[in-house]
Design a protein around this ligand. Sequence first.
Ligand code: SF4
Length: 368
Amino acid sequence: MNKIKEANITGRGGAGFPTWKKIEMVDLAEGSQKYVICNGSEGEPGVHKDEYILENYPERVVDGVRTAMTYLKYSQKGKRITVKGYLYLNTRLYRKFGQVLRTIIHNDDIEIFHKPEKAGYIGGEESALLNIMEGKVAEPRLRPPFPVTNGLWDCPTLVNNVETFYDISLVMHNQYKGKRFYTINGDVRNKGVFSFPADWTINQVLIEVNKHLLDLDKNGHKYDFFVQVGGDASGEILNSSQLNRIASGSASITVHSLIKHEPMKLLKQWVNFFFRESCGQCVPCREGTYRLNEFLKRKEIDWSLFFVILNSTKESSLCGLGGSVHVPIYSYIENVLKKYSAKELNIPEDFYLSFRSEAEKSLKDGLL
Ligand code: SF4
């Protein structure tokens, strides 16, 4: 535990919670049965690091799970504690790596759990994942209590991402060098998953892999772009002058060429994703994402109403899915639409004006 504390590793699934603290919470929770679950649901579009890790370092992931299990089993002196481990995999990862992982696991203290395909994106949410494993409906639980005290079958449960267990293994074998995995997608030459220091800025990561982003065109202009960081659905949009910060969440970086992108296509893509993936448990998200999706199918869009619904979805949804619909839209308005003219963005003036003016009104009224 001291090694993990010193290494200061944090959850790589998106939340960034200190790993040692989460393990400690499960360790101190009452109960003679505990669970360790490696979350390999990787449902956010544009994020491929878990797949990359399981393809290249499956032993490390299993070793990280076993390390956590061993710690929880023996750290409470004089107490008899049973710990069971699970590798929770989406269909793609299950089909690709299930067999290999089975040969690495050897005995039955760790099992592979195949996440049902219909559980979708929400099936990767920590508490929905527990419901699925218990055979219940794939929807998030109300919290508190949290999974660290009342998780699988109401027992203390440690749920961490694939990369987090990979990091735990590196730390335990003194091989952790403060790096993390970045997925790079979009309008760049070199795409894929790359490992760089966790404290590198988005700029450093992008330039290291795609030096051509620094090239000037024949008129002496730099290639201009914006990025979506942390997933192609819920990730924040940043313009090219905002990249001197570290990549948050799952550290995926998708580059959009400023003149090639189509705002309506992006809006539809974001909203449609949340609409399709809403579990339907709470009204603001279920109805809100449905209405937003319907709005975007129309020829004439009432942007004023669009932003009212977007705001209520943000304010009243039960979990992070409904609570994130506004993130790409709001940050696109703030960091791209407000920074460039319609001409610079290569988009129709009438769309630009109506969308931007309603967005600004909503922002001014504190709606977003
Ligand atoms: S916010 Fe959406 S995904 Fe989350 S519980 Fe409500 S309906 Fe389900």
